[in-house]
Design a protein around this ligand. Structure first.
Ligand code: ATP
Ligand code: MG
Length: 346
């Protein structure tokens, strides 16, 4: 089309010049103007392409921005005052789908108390603690803080009181500094570094090329599991919230770093209301109270020694773990042990 139109213009313009209706000068300036017009017109058509692309992207972005959170402030929601008495689960039932995960949980965690949750994998420990920041709504019953049903308070005021190290670390494709500060612009660099030091993370951060300004990749893919966990712990330490929830917080650390981080966490737990989940029972034996979850309910509660003396579910878990460790140690030793003299002779 373009070629045919150009040919027609040249033919018509040439004819006009030949017939003396126009001068060669006019014809050539017209041609030059036409050539100059070509690029901008081409760009105009390209513009439409860019606009369409932009519109499609904007639609997808707004879809996310406009998503209404399922958990919202109730009308008349009020600020939750700082916790002073207790977190209470009152006959809490919860189901993700049809099958209930928690069936009638009654639990009181007093302010300043350290409560450990134990139970087999899938018992509902993570589910139970996720109900406190209201990540999910209870199906029946209620969670109360100092007597206020958490559905009646402002979600932001509830969550601002909770520091959490989740079982799956949540990190962003951003710098180490921003991942620790987690959107809190009021925290100074000194505070961030102090939190990282307490979480035993400062040294590995300093070893990275850009230190605290290193970008760690989508969900922190450029870090090891233990390093990710230490960043999450640093974040919780920095938040300095009165309620602390630790879900398998040190499960990916080696024994030495775990020892250090456990110490840091023990310091952090002082004077805070803490719920701690750990599979390794040695890490929870010093809790004020151990709560054993099984089959969607609480089956035992008490201190480590009491529960062991009772010989119930906790004892079973404990002995099983002890046996697994023994077996693992045994397996290593059998491989290392030199063959007995008799066998060697035969
Ligand atoms: N988002 C979800 N949607 C549907 N079912 C879920 C969801 N999260 C957990 N579940 C189910 O709920 C039950 C309890 O899971 P939960 O994560 O609370 O267990 P857990 O005690 O924390 O286990 P673990 O020790 O392995 O972390 C499991 O049977 C699990 O399959
Ligand atoms: Mg869990």
């Amino acid at each position: 089309m373009g070629g045919i139109i150009a040919a027609l213009i040249v033919y018509y313009g040439g004819l006009q010049v030949l017939q003396g209706k126009s001068t060669p000068g006019t014809f050539f300036s017209f041609m030059a103007a036409l050539l100059l017009l070509y690029e901008p017109v081409k760009r105009l058509s390209g513009l439409n392409h860019a606009i369409q692309e932009g519109l499609a992207s904007a639609e997808r972005i707004y879809e996310i921005l406009d998503t209404k959170p399922q958990i919202q402030d109730a009308p008349g929601a009020f600020e939750l005052p700082p916790i002073s008495r207790a977190i209470e689960f009152r006959n809490v039932r919860f189901a993700y789908n049809a099958e209930p995960v928690l069936r009638g949980i009654n639990l009181e965690v007093k302010a300043g108390e350290i409560v450990a949750l134990v139970g087999v994998s899938g018992a509902g420990k993570t589910t139970l603690v996720n109900l406190i920041p209201r990540f999910y709504e209870v199906s029946q019953g209620g969670v109360h803080i100092d007597g206020h049903d958490i559905r009646e308070v402002r979600v932001s005021s509830l969550r601002s009181q909770i520091g959490m190290v989740t079982q799956q670390t949540i990190l962003f494709n951003d710098t180490v500094r921003h991942n620790i500060a987690y959107g809190d612009h009021d925290k100074t660099d000194d505070q961030i570094i102090a939190a990282a030091q307490a979480a035993y993370a400062h040294d590995f951060i300093m070893e990275m090329a850009q230190g605290y300004d290193t970008v760690i990749g989508e969900s922190g893919v450029r870090l090891s599991g233990g390093e990710r966990q230490r960043l999450s712990i640093a974040r919780a330490i920095l938040k300095d919230a009165p309620i602390l929830i630790l879900d398998e917080a040190t499960s990916s650390l080696d024994t030495e770093s775990e020892l250090f981080v456990q110490k840091a966490l023990a310091n952090l737990m002082q004077g805070r209301t803490t719920l701690v989940i750990a599979h390794r029972l040695s890490t929870v034996r010093h809790a004020d109270r151990i709560v054993v979850l099984s089959g969607g309910g609480i089956v035992e509660e008490g201190r480590h020694e009491e529960l062991l003396a009772r010989g119930g579910e906790y004892t079973k878990l404990y002995e099983l773990q002890f046996k697994v460790e023994e077996a693992a140690n045994g397996a290593i030793q059998t491989n290392d042990r030199p063959a007995p003299a008799g066998e060697a002779a035969s």
